[in-house]
Write a protein that binds this ligand. Structure first.
Ligand SMILES: Cc1ncc(C[n+]2csc(CCOP(=O)(O)OP(=O)(O)O)c2C)c(N)n1
Length: 795
């Protein structure tokens, strides 16, 4: 390790750097408090102060300190660096710094670099019609709002995968560090390849407090904290104190140490092929919360205490003394030394910021759509399953998809812009073909018996859904493509992360300077109906219910009934932009229904009648299905009806794109009412077999003409380890129940119908007895095959 100068800052640079920090702090206080008088050209009056004082001061001066020092090393080492703010409630820091470096005014010219612009900058913050208080999408340079704490490190790692030139400086709040996702994210360093990935520099912002509590890391011994970080594979560098000038020298030296170490690690891996896992540097910045703010207010300590978390002087109108304190606080930064008469940052300070795209607010990695290149995608038709007639046996739909994904991975290996993420389930979800072309990236030790592990690869697996999600989001936000494959039940673990990403997409879709990014694609295999090994704990189709709460312009949900449909859907998802696509598919051998051309047409429409499965006439009943298992049970039910009630006219409607069910006014995919009525009729019974919880179908269709006649079967929380067919029986989704449901709604079936119902009730008893004795389904269930009506009908 080359030694670094412990006092790297010359007196002049030290003075200017400190002034830059004061300028950022001044801007932060101005944003939180000031309505007018931005340069304090006259004594502060109550009318200069906003009525509602909103925002978070406590974290902000520390983040301003970090930002100013990062600017210095970016310039010194010509770094390609972005900033991720874990405690993103420190929005004033990032807004202020991107203003100081000039990017803010370039994107928002009205917020100009003069007095009028300063007034706007201050007024807009946390103000109706203005900007949010966090590092929101509106803030240049942000890929991480940080409103919901915990994801900063995972996002940062996602950003540097396949970005060998990039360093992400990731500020981790010491409170944030108590969250589960962040606690696990320290281990991301075991998945980082120093040769082909970039680097993350975590900066633990140890300001000691959360909202009203101390933090764990601040209240364990220093040695214990150091051992913790070392135990997680990091080399901590401590910067501790509260005296600004000393702290500037310490921070400058720490950053030089960290950058030199990162460069040395990368050089060893890149030039010498050294693959030993490095102990990457990280910084622990122990500084007072609310640093440089009021020390004591009304007899209570503020600086260095949890009381500085939000707005230290919360009501100057009611406490005239607070107005004076506020003025003293603002003037303490000596704005006259920082800004000229016009309100521009003085040139000797502006000169400290990096230039052009090296400014962290202007770095294109933080506006990933700018860098996004289309994926090379092979023609999905080339992976088609041959379906000469409906009902041919399939090997398991995701296994077919795996071959397609394998070739997507292969064709984009050179572009380094496609990865598949999952919590240890790529194999068990049926995507084994991927390992023909890429290993799993794993930078910890390996043993001879391991499979598919290598220092670099396009598959990322760690048993933390939070990491998979966070990594993928970071990867997408910086302009690449990917897929998250997960057990359906456990994707709920990231419900909240999905929420945040969907919110991000919603806002950025309407910011013209933000370019669209690739969609977040979920492949949920190992779904509720086929948890043969695991049972009840693994059965939960509720993620879809959660997803459809989000803005219709952002979310899409697909339930392809067979492999060819799955191929078509996934091709579409990988090409799409700025959506969250949820695709639910099976991995077990299952019948195939549509030949490729028909599948592509069906998926393009998203919903449609399967004429080959029903009767070619005005129906007596509509049998609708959505999901692979419900489709199978529906077709089996139709064949029972066909055999026993040959005069009954049945229409089969299959739904791939769930959003088709919503009215067109609610979702861009929604069917117009006339089209919905044409499929589902205005007055005939509809027996709807659904993959998920039944009430979702009611929720989506409640405004449709025929809603009162829609009877939905789906998962109703009955589960255990049992046979695949019994799972459907437990939830009344099986073919026998579907037929009985139909008969109940068709009194005209009379005696024939009554007899059939009796027969089916007996069948259900026989089924129970058989499985309890034999541990498998009845032969007639296991061996059931769709018998085509007429081979000539198009499928
Ligand atoms: C997941 C989550 N839980 C709770 C909160 C509410 N919250 C906002 S700030 C905060 C304390 C954060 O402390 P820290 O990360 O240390 O940030 P700092 O002290 O720098 O403000 C909490 C609990 C949140 N934003 N996200």
């Amino acid at each position: 390790m080359a030694p670094v100068n412990p006092q790297p800052l010359s007196p002049d640079l030290l003075r200017r750097l400190d002034a830059y920090w004061r300028a950022a702090n001044y801007l932060a206080v101005g944003q939180i408090y000031l309505y007018d008088n931005p340069l304090l050209k006259r004594p502060l009056q109550l009318s200069d102060v906003k009525h509602m004082l909103l925002g978070h001061w406590g974290t902000t001066p520390g983040q301003n300190f970090i930002y100013a020092h990062l600017n210095r090393v970016i310039k010194q080492y010509d770094l390609d660096m972005i900033y991720v703010s874990g405690p993103g409630h420190g929005g004033p820091a990032l807004v202020g710094n991107t203003y100081l470096e000039g990017t803010y005014s370039e994107i928002y010219p009205a917020v100009s670099q003069d007095e009028a612009g300063l007034r706007k900058l201050f007024r807009q913050f946390s103000f109706p019609g203005g900007i949010p208080s966090h590092v929101s999408p509106e803030c240049p340079g942000s890929i991480h709002e940080g409103g919901e704490l915990g994801y900063s490190l995972s996002h940062s790692f996602g950003a540097v995968f396949d970005n060998p030139g990039l360093i992400v400086a990731c500020v981790v709040g010491d409170g944030e560090a108590e969250t589960g996702p962040l606690a696990t994210a320290w281990h991301s360093n075991k998945f980082l390849d120093p040769a082909s990935d970039g680097a993350v520099l975590p900066i633990l912002h140890l300001n000691g407090f959360k909202i009203s509590n101390p933090t764990i890391f601040a209240r364990i011994e220093r040695d214990e904290l150091e051992q913790f970080m070392r135990g997680c594979g990091w080399t901590p560098i401590f910067v501790e104190g509260d005296e600004p000038m000393a702290m500037h020298q310490l921070m400058a030296a720490a950053l030089e140490r960290a950058i030199e170490d990162i460069r040395a690690i990368q050089a060893r891996a890149r030039d010498q092929g050294d693959t030993t896992r490095p102990r990457w540097p990280m910084i622990v910045l122990r500084s007072p919360k609310g640093w440089t703010g009021p020390k004591v207010v009304d007899g209570l300590r503020i600086e260095g205490s949890f009381r500085s978390h939000q707005v230290p002087l919360s009501d100057p109108a009611a406490h005239p003394a607070h107005l004076q304190l506020l003025e003293d606080w603002l003037r303490g930064y000596r704005p006259g030394e920082l800004f000229d008469d016009q309100g521009r940052l003085k040139a000797e300070l502006a000169d400290l910021a990096p230039k052009g795209g090296r400014r962290m607010g202007a770095n294109p990695h933080a506006n990933g759509g700018l860098l996004l290149q289309d994926l090379r995608i092979p023609d999905f038709r080339g992976y088609a399953v041959d379906v000469p007639q409906p009902g041919v046996a399939g090997i398991g739909d995701t296994h077919v998809l795996g071959r397609f994904l394998r070739d997507v991975a292969r064709q984009n290996a050179e572009q380094h812009n496609f990865r598949v993420f999952g919590p240890d389930e790529t194999l068990s979800n049926g995507l084994e073909a991927l390992f023909e072309v890429t290993p799993r990236q794993w930078d910890a030790a390996t043993a001879p018996d391991d499979e598919f592990l290598a220092p670099a690869g396009q598959v990322m697996e760690t048993l933390s859904e939070h990491q998979c999600e966070g990594w993928l989001e970071g990867y997408l936000l910086t302009g690449r493509h990917g897929l998250f494959n997960c057990y359906e039940a456990f994707i709920h673990i990231v419900d909240s992360m999905f929420n945040q990403h969907a919110k991000w997409l919603k806002i950025t879709a309407h910011l013209p300077w933000r370019r669209k990014i690739a969609s977040l694609n979920y492949l949920l295999a190992s779904h509720v109906w086929r948890q043969d090994h695991n049972g009840f704990t693994h059965q939960d189709p509720g993620f879809i219910d959660h997803v459809v709460n989000k803005k219709a312009e952002i979310v899409r949900v697909y339930l392809p009934p067979d492999a060819n449909c799955l191929l078509s859907v996934m091709d579409h998802c990988l090409r799409s932009r700025h959506y969250v696509n949820v695709v639910i598919a099976g991995k077990h051998p299952a019948p195939q229904w549509l030949a490729m051309d028909a599948a592509a047409r069906h998926c393009a429409a998203g919903i449609g009648v399967w004429p080959w499965a029903g009767t070619d006439a005005e129906p007596d009943v509509v049998m609708a299905c959505c999901g692979d298992v419900p489709t199978l049970e529906t077709l089996a039910a139709v064949s029972i009806l066909r055999e026993h009630l040959p005069d009954l006219k049945v229409r089969v409607v299959n739904v791939v794109d769930l959003m088709k069910l919503q009215p067109a006014s609610e979702h861009p995919h929604g069917l117009p009412d006339e089209d919905f009525d044409a499929l589902f009729t205005r007055d005939k019974p509809v027996i709807f077999a659904f993959h998920g919880y039944p009430w979702l179908i009611h929720r989506l269709t409640y405004r449709r003409t025929n809603h009162d006649n829609i009877h939905v079967r789906g998962y109703k929380e009955e589960g255990t380890i049992t046979t695949p067919f019994d799972m459907t029986v437990l939830n009344d989704l099986d073919r026998f129940h579907l037929v009985m449901d139909t008969l109940d709604r068709l009194p005209q079936t009379g005696l024939l119908g009554a007899r059939l119902k009796q027969l089916l009730q007996d069948k259900l008893i026989e089924h129970k007895q058989y499985i309890n004795q034999n541990g498998q389904d009845l032969p007639e269930i296991r061996n059931w095959k769709w018998q085509p009506l007429s081979p000539l009908k198009e499928n």
